[in-house]
Design a protein. Sequence first.
Length: 229
Amino acid sequence: MTSSNSSQGLGNTRAHYVPQGARVTPVGRAALLCDSAAVFERIFDEDIALCVWNRVPDDILSAYLQRTAITGTWERMARVAACEPHFEELLCGFEESVGKIRLVTELTGLVDLFATLTDAGSVGIRMTATRQRECPRFHVDRVGLRLLCTWMGEGTEWLAHEDVMREQLGHQPGGWGEVNRPGAPIQRMDPFAVGVFKGDGWPGNAGRGAVHRSPAPRTWRVFVSLDAL
């Protein structure tokens, strides 16, 4: 996506799934990065656990969310219909401005994208603004697919499959780094990147889910997660 408005085209992601010249970059054997939504076709591959669509940040939306975040920590949750999502409850009390219009457009596109991948009739949305580390330990979600996107602050951290010592998951008495193999890099999603993580709940994927954690934020972090309901 080349537009400075990262939401442009999000609501019609089906049209972007197989663009000519889409460039996909593998990270290890189970993660793929791309600058196009085309990458999400590969989440159905048996050996793929994570697909990341890198997008250009939307400066207007970023500024709007920054003004919203500095009012204090908050978390909003809602269940929306995939075919015609409404966000009045989720965004109740949010400042009425062009930034909110951008946010509604962004959420509509993300819901459409995730529903396309999961065939979900409804989608659960959780939006959070925080200065805390929400999930500090590396872990695997007990779901089929989960979408994560950080709009402001540090993005979700994750490990390549080859760099995970899975026997250590859930057993980390000495700190946060024991799951990754010594010297292995910790990957991090960029702001506005959209990641679809395959969990242990995906059919036939038990013990192979994407391993990830929340970053340690230096300032405010605003992110969203989507689940099929």
